[in-house]
Design a protein around this ligand. Sequence first.
Ligand code: PEP
Ligand code: MG
Length: 547
Amino acid sequence: MKGIPAGSGSVAFGSALLIKEKQLSIDKARIQDVDQEIGKLRLALEQAASTIQQEKQGLEAEGDAAAESCELLEAHEMMLLDEEAHQKMEAYICQNQAAASLAADRVFEEYKEMFDGMEDEYLKARAADCVDVKNRILEALQSGSEAEPATDMKAQNGPVVLVAKELFPSVLLSMDRSSICGLLTEKGSKTSHIAILARSMGIPAIISGENRLNQIQQGDEIVLDGETGEYAACPSKEEKAHYEKRAKQQQEDAQSLQKMIGKESVTQSGRKVRLLANIGSPDDIPAAKKNDAEGIGLFRSEFLFMDRPQMPDEEEQYEAYKAAANAFVGKEVIIRTLDAGGDKNIPYFNIPKEDNPFLGYRAIRLCLGHKAMFKIQLRALLRANAAGNIKIMLPLICKVQEIQEAKQLLQEAAEELKVQELLPEGAEKIPVGIMIETPAAVMISDQLAKEADFFSIGTNDLIQYTLAADRTNERVADLYDLRHPAIRRMIQMTIENGHKSKIPVGLCGEAGSDDQMLRFLLEEHIDEISMSPGSILKSRAAVRSFA
Ligand code: PEP
Ligand code: MG
């Protein structure tokens, strides 16, 4: 059987642990005492928050490896403590003489529907978090009910594969995770938090599709291949042998790549390149470190702005940028300013629906149209630059004036901070570079190089704009071709113009970890390549094998 691989790429063997959907009751009868019901709700909210606290404490002992899980619990805690949600639930109780459970159900279902209706896959996946938080409240309201899964893990021997229609992070986080070796669910997506958690825990997670798992019985032997998405229940001898061989090969490959840690990224003839990590939040720093990244080549700051009802304030952004800068002192940390829009819709910016969002009001265009918001980000970046290793990167640049306008705002932000005595010494010397991800930017890269301190080629967008092939449209996937000669020429031209102006040129699109592209980039004397942390050691091995 084949499903969608959403977790880590490893092969896992375990016995099925069926997770039954919890029966949480919602009381629909009218209540008599509104104040008493509000009291019950408040108590349940406190109880649910304290359960999260306990889970967080349990995770703290696991150190960096559990950082992502802790972040997720914090996000749930934030939703649970959200003042607006409290007011809505209490108002619902008062206006409808409703039970607290009904109020919680209605308010969090409303939030869920809001996320469900979003086009962006990442935000859509946040609907699951709303259900999870709602269930926590319902559990707390149901006296004596604990946030335990409906199945007793102790009855199982050895590693287990959790099998469920849908899994929520709270279930996973409330279990003894040391014996969980995989997840098999009917519903989900690659960007759901459960998938993010599975990746960070290094376990495979496969989404089978509706009604595919009904035949699996408690304790059945299960094998999952996280790379291909294949899975089997009660595998035959031959199937088992096949997966065992794959698991052995994976272990050997991963083991031999460990040798690359601490080695230089250099070809046999001595050509050097820096291999850096792409990250989306401070949660990804441990993975970047573990894979020996030579810095951060792309911090997609927009991920800090998603999955929430309003934008992160200056302080929160400052903390996130500082965490990345401090983790890589002495190495560069390139933080890209908000790249919202396109397929990354952020609801509170209220961007009207556009026919061609990738050609619309996005990235630098949106930031220059929301100057006050943009300045908050620039202030946070300047304040976080105490170690002097942060570089600012502007997305979707098409003309010189866009860089000039952004730099003007940056200067204003620095002056304001200086007056407030919040500017670290020398922080205003922060380099400002740009993404080269539009054909226009390539064609005027000679002019842009005079205004920018560095270039980073964004092939994900550059390919779609050059070949007129939407990066999200499966029907034109064949046309979206990184090997097209037009793309190579664009890259050549950008590197040449950057180097003529003596600025470094990097690449941070997905194409960077493709072996053929890697060879081409080295031949063209690229200075650095940034990629997902898990690809760094493999790419370093490839670089070192080149003549
Ligand atoms: C790119 O376009 O290549 C890029 C790195 O940015 P994103 O994928 O976030 O658009
Ligand atoms: Mg891009």
